[in-house]
Ligand binder design. Structure first.
Ligand SMILES: Nc1ncnc2c1ncn2[C@@H]1O[C@H](COP(=O)(O)OP(=O)(O)O)[C@@H](O)[C@H]1O
Ligand SMILES: [Mg+2]
Length: 361
């Protein structure tokens, strides 16, 4: 998969700009706050319909404007594809090859990317939210079934949570089983997919981690809640668990069990790394997870994803930086760094300098 051209209009600090990318290494340089990450974020948005930095799409619209546009021309093994997103204050329009797509899930997976930035340390060090977000965005890029199950699940969950806030307890208790039936159905699909995905991710991440640490440390990822059996079995089990928690859920006013609460267990050298490991260890573990994502996308789609390395090289020591560059050779890579750091990359590559939301010729 190659992203060849990226056009931004009123996106973040860009008024209008078009980037031409090559196969292999593309380096975006510039001082701080010039638009390097914004450009990388736009590519990721076209892959996932989201960004790791936002809660609301409207943050992407250039201040003072009412809409933003991101468009890309990409090349897959099936031929060329254009992807476009027009983002308005309260809605968006997504297009594939010029045709408007009604459902977000039909937009996903046309282009895939793996995003790695210093913020990804949160994957290891922060609470479960970050890890769930990672899983959801990652699996959604390879499985529309997962993306649509997640969408439905969240909708039903919202409705169930609203119901829990009702005052007429008798009605609530009578209605809950109806919601739980549907909720458990989609929850089971999500849980089963996550379980399978994590098994793959753990195998690849363990291998990448051994490569990065020269076999000094081990990394194992797993769901933090046991999810054995078929989807039907998982659904049955969850329904019982939901029923057991009626009283608590009523008291809390929200649903306390389900995939929206689950986490990934991260074992580093056999001990839980979440919240405990050093900065350096967290960085290496997060990088291993991202490299594993690259492998999984390649395995599932037969195509390498676009790898985005945002501001991470300066954080790695020289041996690891070299290892990483050797490992990603052959991938299309969009790498951001400060202008001073550009000299680190002597090999032939596409260097683009950005200043104030504009490419410097
Ligand atoms: N919606 C927006 N409208 C206008 N400017 C924005 C918007 N969002 C972010 N910016 C600006 O973009 C700049 C940061 O760009 P970024 O790509 O993160 O920088 P860097 O080059 O350091 O990676 C900041 O100056 C910020 O104010
Ligand atoms: Mg940046």
């Amino acid at each position: 998969m190659l992203v060849k051209k990226l056009t931004l209009k009123n996106f973040r600090n860009y008024e209008e700009e078009t980037f031409e990318f090559q196969d292999g290494l593309n380096i975006l340089t510039g001082k701080n706050a010039q638009g390097k990450t914004n450009c990388a974020e736009a590519v990721f948005y076209l892959c996932t319909g989201s960004s790791l930095r936002i809660r609301h799409d409207r943050q992407l619209i250039r201040s003072g404007e009412t809409s933003a546009y991101i468009g890309a021309a990409a090349e897959s093994r099936y031929g060329g594809v254009t992807l476009e997103a027009s983002i308005f204050e309260n809605r968006r329009e997504l297009r594939v090859n010029g045709n408007k797509v009604a459902r977000t899930v039909d937009f996903l997976g046309n282009m895939r990317s793996v995003f790695f930035s210093p913020g990804e340390l949160r994957l290891i060090q922060d609470g479960p939210d970050e890890r769930r977000r990672f899983l959801n965005l990652s699996i959604s890029q390879t499985s529309r079934d997962y993306a649509s199950a997640l969408l439905r699940y969240n909708r039903i969950l919202d409705q169930r949570n609203n119901l829990l806030k009702e005052h007429d307890v008798q009605t609530v208790l009578e209605t809950l089983p109806v919601w739980d039936e549907q909720l458990a159905h989609y929850a089971a699909r999500i849980a089963a997919k996550r379980r399978d995905y994590l098994a793959d991710l753990s195998a690849y991440a363990g291998e990448a981690h051994a490569f990065l640490t020269e076999g000094q440390e081990t990394l194992v990822l797993s769901p933090d809640r046991e999810t054995r059996g078929s989807e039907e079995e998982i659904a049955e089990k969850l329904k019982k668990e939901l029923a057991r928690n009626y009283e608590r859920d009523l008291r809390l006013g929200f649903t306390s069990v389900g995939p929206h609460r689950d986490d990934i267990k991260i074992a580093l050298n056999g001990t839980d790394a979440r919240g405990f490991c050093s900065q350096g260890q967290a960085r290496t573990a997060a990088l291993a997870m991202k490299l594993a994502e690259v492998e999984i996308f390649t395995k599932l789609s037969g195509e390498t994803p676009v790898l985005i390395l945002d501001d991470v090289m300066s954080e790695l020591d020289l041996p690891r930086r070299k290892k990483l560059l050797a490992r990603v050779r052959g991938l299309q890579c969009i790498l951001t760094c400060t202008h001073a750091e550009r000299v680190l990359y002597k090999e032939a590559c596409n260097k683009i300098r950005i200043h104030g939301g504009k490419i410097v010729p």
